[in-house]
Design a protein around this ligand. Structure first.
Ligand SMILES: *Cc1c(COP(=O)(O)O)cnc(C)c1O
Length: 387
């Protein structure tokens, strides 16, 4: 063990205490248990019941979005939002290469083609300036929207992802998207509780998507949601995710090929209860971030990633960034930490390097490639801060 890697792990221990510490685990309160039990006793555990509506209302209230439609996963919510944005089979959709694979998979599920673009070192999310310059070079304006001159395919949407909870510079991105007439769908799966200025992530574009998987800041077991201020998008999302069934007391009439993607009532009950604790969780996670920052402040070859200027992040996953010269230490730190029961994690493998996506169109990805090897995500469960 080099001294450095050992020092990182002992510094982590000072912040998180002894024992086995996972990357991100949920808090399930007594209130959560009571609400889920109430839902179970009602018998309405599946596709009918009051909790889905209550959960959607709470989500609208928290994010300020006009509409929320709860789904069975973040991935299915993203797929529906992409379709709602008018993306057609064979279109290209711009996505950051540094993301969880679901961002690209949701595009592929609509038979569109992910086109990978670079990130900004300031946000770890999509770089609007680089995107603007790139589009000026590779795209041509057409009546139906811009086309990629190299492939002849339409560029039909862009999906910024708020990485580890840190908001993308949405104002800049919206300018680029508006210039080209490209709809914006936000992958806000990780950023519930994160704002740019006073505006919640997921509410800047045509639609935004959240995930309520067990590792996210609010969980429904598994689940997701589409939020939007566009009534047509909301109505489409609701309809297509409910088997495209025409509302009728007894008839089974469906007007297109729909999905069974709606969130079950039982999951929504847990989510509704969990949302009551969201502000408290964000508060704790911001305290944890500050503790990590203080603890690592005297290391000169690594730094704790700070929320972007103008943003208030939920710090879903705290992130350590190693210097270029120290990148080789990453795996050693991972190995020593795992041996000691601290489940750190590296960044995702870049999406354009995954087998299903290695031959897809892509912009220069210098920042993604430079940073990906230097990222370590730190244990970030809210319960690591005891009040
Ligand atoms: C978690 C996550 C998703 C997908 O969410 P699921 O609910 O697991 O389908 C999508 N994108 C990103 C960036 C995520 O972190």
């Amino acid at each position: 063990m080099t001294n450095m890697a050992g020092q990182v792990v002992s510094t982590l221990r000072r912040v998180i205490g002894p024992g086995r510490v996972g990357l991100h685990e949920p808090i399930i309160s007594d209130h959560d248990r009571e609400v889920v039990d109430e839902c179970l006793r009602s018998g309405y555990v599946s596709s009918v019941g009051e909790w889905v509506g209550k959960f959607e209302d709470a989500l609208r209230g928290y994010t300020g979005a006009d509409f929320a439609v709860a789904m069975s996963s973040g991935t299915s919510a993203l797929e529906i939002a992409i379709k709602a944005a008018g993306v057609q089979p064979g279109d290209e959709v711009l996505v950051p290469s540094l993301s969880f694979v679901a961002t690209a998979n949701a595009v592929s599920h609509t038979a569109a083609i992910p086109h990978f673009v670079d990130i900004s070192p300031d946000t770890l999310g999509l770089d609007a300036d680089a995107l603007g310059e790139y589009l000026d070079r590779v795209a041509d304006e057409r009546e139906s929207g811009p086309i990629n001159k190299a492939t002849g395919r339409r560029i039909a949407a862009v999906i910024p992802m708020h990485c580890f909870g840190h908001p993308v510079e949405m104002e800049k991105l919206l300018l680029v998207a508006r210039k080209w007439g490209i709809p914006v769908v936000e992958d806000a799966a990780e950023s519930l509780g994160s704002f740019r200025g006073t505006q919640h992530t997921g509410t800047f574009g045509l639609a935004g998507v959240f995930s309520f998987n067990g590792n996210k800041i609010v969980t429904t077991g598994g689940g997701g949601a589409v939020v939007t201020n566009d009534e047509t998008v909301a109505a489409y999302a609701r309809h297509i995710s409910t088997t495209a069934k025409i509302a009728h007391p007894w008839e089974f009439d469906h007007d297109q090929v729909g999905h069974n993607y709606r969130m079950p009532n039982l999951n929504a009950a847990l989510g509704w209860s969990q949302l009551q604790e969201l502000d408290n969780s964000v508060k704790k996670k911001r305290i944890l971030a500050q503790r990590y920052r203080d603890a690592f402040s005297n290391f000169d070859n690594l730094a704790v990633f700070d929320e972007p200027h103008g943003a208030r992040s939920n710090y879903w996953l705290n992130t350590l960034i190693l210097d270029e010269q120290s990148a080789d230490l990453r795996d050693e730190i991972l190995s020593i930490a795992h041996d000691s029961g601290i489940y750190l994690r590296p960044a995702w493998r870049l999406l354009h390097q995954l087998r299903p996506y290695e031959n897809h169109p892509r912009a220069p990805l210098e920042v993604s490639e430079r940073l990906q090897r230097r990222i370590l995500n730190l244990p970030s469960s809210a319960f690591l801060v005891v009040e």
